[in-house]
Write a protein that binds this ligand. Structure first.
Ligand code: BG6
Length: 499
């Protein structure tokens, strides 16, 4: 991708952040904006208007932002860079549920526009709880803030996009009344992660991988997004979300589609999104038998993480003591197309597990065990692991003869993540995503039909969990999930890899 350096005034815009005093703005957006200024990727003519309910001066707000950048940025604060960013930031006090107030905001933005030469371009970032999306979009609509001749106007929203297929459709229809589909940027921050973007390069720039990336050579693929963290202060949100809506419907479906998609005809946004969408469409039908045999739900009980005792999910703040919300999901599914028929995809995600990591493990089929079986009844399979976090890079396992014993066969492990020069300092996903929004590149954002297809799959599983009473809690904090998640693979003669 071309880097557009400072001063490219085609990117001039006002970024309007609804939820300017919220967690997302402090922890992710502002540190990302700081690093974009540092890397000279923001144009000179750029302004940030943070909308918040509380009364504060620009100076007070900027001081708070300084402290957050200091805490969360991947780079230490350089005062010259900070001054540049600081001059771009404005605080606007406004209760965004008050529809009459949008006219005032419009006038404020017009004033900033004149001073900052931002050409009427607007990015509206809804860093607020999803129940406010429709209200804000309506406010933008009635104040006629989104359609300026010769300027762009883009909407940025964070998941969850609805709470099921029906509400997602309703929300989407509302958004489409005001914004074109290609001006809506649905953030899935996993797509901004370095290794997720690397999936396409690894697959489509290496003949040794792409030639065997199919059901003839791959035994199974595992996608694991596991966290040691519990729900913390987000109990109120999580209780209505659960792991299915929080992780599977979005992040995992997106990763699955990148891993399994056909090569796009070119690198244009729509070509890539179309191939991703087809993968989700090809997921096998979710029948009652599928739900019974292939889905495991879990909820954490109390336990110990890194030597510290932690409470059960039901004891977390804003969680009812008889909660039936899942904090863990394991799934086995098939993608019914020519490339993947017969190769299972195993998926697992959960909170309060014994390990925090995000990985994709590709297990290749074994060769006939004819030649070396006497001494080595079990040979390790070839494994390709795409390490998304905390390590970033690729791990590959293959068999070689042991130098020392002269006869043993040993698995050799190549791990580029250990030597990655970027390790520990990969650009924050939000930097990449904000920069792409500014350039109008929607490749790393979800298109509506992808979201819709993912809801179609997830909805059936969520309804099953809601209707069937599971015995929760069913795993200890600090373990790797319920026993049934291990049995899911064991009954196929497989296991979760942890390499
Ligand atoms: C978010 C979920 O989308 O992703 C959180 O709402 C989860 O519950 C987080 O913890 C995980 O993201 P990351 O980047 O920390 O792996």
């Amino acid at each position: 991708m071309d880097n557009v350096k400072h001063g490219d005034d085609n990117l001039s815009a006002i970024l309007v952040i609804f939820g300017g005093t919220g967690d997302l703005t402090h922890r992710k957006l502002m540190p990302a904006l700081y690093n974009l200024v540092l890397d000279q990727l923001l144009p000179e003519q750029f302004a940030i208007v943070s909308v918040g309910r509380r009364t504060k001066t620009d100076e007070e707000y900027r001081n708070e932002i300084y402290a957050s950048i200091d805490k969360h940025s991947r780079n230490k604060i350089n005062e010259t860079i900070w001054r540049k960013l600081q001059n771009m930031i404005h605080y606007y006090e406004f209760d965004f549920t008050n529809l009459e107030g949008y006219v005032g905001l419009k006038t404020f933005l017009e004033e900033i526009d004149e001073k900052a030469y931002t050409k009427g371009n607007r990015l509206f970032y809804l860093a607020v709880a999803p129940e406010y999306f429709e209200t804000i979009v309506q406010g933008l609509q009635i104040s006629d803030m989104t359609k300026q001749q010769g300027s762009f106007s883009r909407l940025i929203i964070e998941k969850p996009f609805g709470k099921d297929l029906i509400t997602a459709r309703k929300l989407n229809n509302k958004l489409l009344e005001v914004f074109e589909e290609n001006s809506i940027y649905r953030i899935d921050h996993y797509l901004g992660k370095e290794m997720i973007q690397n999936i396409m390069v690894l697959r489509f720039c290496n003949s040794i991988f792409e030639a065997i990336w199919n059901n003839r050579f791959i035994d199974n693929i595992q996608i694991s997004l596991t966290e040691k963290l519990g729900v913390g202060t987000r109990g109120g949100y999580y209780e209505h979300s659960g792991a299915m809506r929080d992780m599977v419907q979005n992040h995992i479906m997106q990763i699955l589609s990148m891993v399994a998609m056909e090569p796009p005809v070119n690198l244009r946004t729509e070509s890539i999104r179309t191939e991703k969408q087809k993968v989700i469409e090809a997921i096998e039908e979710i029948t009652p038998e599928f739900l019974r045999d292939n889905v495991v739900f879990g909820q954490y009980g109390k336990g110990v993480i890194d030597g510290t005792p932690v409470t059960s999910y039901r004891e977390e703040g804003n969680v009812p003591e008889n909660s039936s919300t899942e904090t863990f999901v394991a799934l086995k599914l098939h993608i019914n197309n020519f490339r993947w028929a017969g190769t299972p995809f195993y998926i697992r995600t959960g909170k309060r597990l014994g390990r925090s990591s995000a990985e994709i493990v590709v297990q290749f089929k074994e060769l006939p065990n004819i030649l070396y079986f006497e001494k080595h009844e079990v040979q390790e399979p070839n494994l390709l692991v795409l390490r998304i976090q905390p390590q970033v890079g690729v791990f590959f396992q293959f068999n070689t003869k042991d130098f020392n014993t002269h006869h043993d066969i040993v698995p050799t492990k190549m791990d580029t993540s250990a030597i990655s020069p970027n390790q520990g300092n990969t650009p924050e996903a939000y930097e990449r995503l904000i920069y792409d929004i500014l350039r109008g590149d929607a490749t790393l954002f979800s298109r509506w039909d992808e979201v819709e297809a993912a809801w179609t799959v997830a909805d059936k599983m969520i309804r099953y969990r809601e209707q069937k009473k599971f015995q929760f809690p069913n795993y200890d904090a600090g373990s790797m999930g319920p026993i049934k998640a291990f049995e899911l693979l064991a009954k196929d003669g497989r296991k979760w890899w942890n390499v």
